[in-house]
Ligand binder design. Structure first.
Ligand SMILES: Nc1ncnc2c1ncn2[C@@H]1O[C@H](COP(=O)(O)OP(=O)(O)OP(=O)(O)O)[C@@H](O)[C@H]1O
Ligand SMILES: [Mg+2]
Length: 252
């Protein structure tokens, strides 16, 4: 069965693209066939996370029927597929639900997971991505501004009958003012399926144009992304604390 999952957030900059890129790589490590689609057609950057900033044929070309889907699919050496969007202003466009669904549904039966990196906000672009998917994962930071927007996108998903799988808390620092998983669960009325720490390796991984699960597989964020992927894939994976975390624990 192919699962078409949109990674959405409401608020911008909370980590949707990072979650999409890392889930793609981690699911692929669990031997799942995965296609990552850049559903953020106005400020796309999923391709940058995979090391290829400029693709000759992109999702925009397929949507506008200027190129076949086959030409817009790129095989990553780590074993997954990417459909990038164009980063240039000249191909700026808003997607249309029917055309995006057309593209996505061609993977039904061919891939285990199709992950759509959504645009921020509650505008047409984000709504089309949520409506086109069967399921949605909402990414938020552990603060009220991100959470109130996360609640809105979860409501949009309900309106479109796209199943809310759960919430991924990202950039968790463990500071006392943060919303913890239990409060987030109560606020969102959804399970918290990921609890990814703030990790400098995520930023260096992007600079090295790789998802952190490939760049630093043992980093704290990578282990939490793998745990989330394992949960989605129905695999077993235990997030063990790393050496530094164990040492820090001794001094707490
Ligand atoms: N767990 C993390 N630890 C440290 N930095 C992170 C983490 N997750 C994301 N970031 C950083 O946060 C920034 C925003 O991440 P990202 O681009 O994935 O967010 P986004 O929600 O896709 O943004 P947009 O709404 O603009 O599409 C990036 O610089 C990224 O490196
Ligand atoms: Mg993004």
């Amino acid at each position: 069965m192919t699962r078409i999952i949109c990674i959405a957030s409401g608020k911008g900059g909370v980590g949707k693209t990072t979650v999409t890129a890392n889930l793609t790589a981690a699911l692929s490590q669990f031997n799942k066939s995965v296609v990552a689609v850049d559903g953020n057609l106005t400020t796309s950057n999923l391709g940058l996370h995979f090391g290829i900033p400029l693709y000759p044929v992109t999702l925009q070309d397929v949507i506008k029927k200027r190129a076949s889907l086959r030409r817009a699919i790129y095989n990553h050496p780590a074993g997954f597929r990417i459909i990038p969007a164009d980063v240039s202003l000249k191909k700026l466009m808003l997607p249309d639900t029917d055309r995006l669904m057309d593209v996505l549904y061609r993977f039904v039966g061919d891939a285990d997971f199709v992950l759509i990196d959504s645009a921020a906000g509650l505008g047409k672009e984000a709504k089309v991505a949520v409506e086109s998917a069967d399921e949605v994962i909402t990414v938020t930071n552990p603060d009220m501004p991100s959470l109130t927007d996360a609640l809105k996108i979860a409501k949009v998903a309900r309106r479109y009958e796209t199943r809310n799988i759960g919430v991924v808390l990202n950039r968790v620092r463990g500071e006392s003012h943060e919303m913890g998983p239990e409060s987030v669960r109560e606020f969102m009325r959804l399970p918290v399926i990921g609890n990814v720490p703030e990790d400098k390796h995520v930023r260096s991984a992007i600079a090295y144009r790789q998802p952190v699960v490939l760049y630093r597989p043992d980093s704290p964020a990578a282990r939490h992304f793998k745990a989330l992927a394992a949960w989605l894939a129905g695999e077993r994976y235990e997030v063990k604390p790393g050496m530094l975390e164990r040492l820090a624990g001794l001094f707490r």
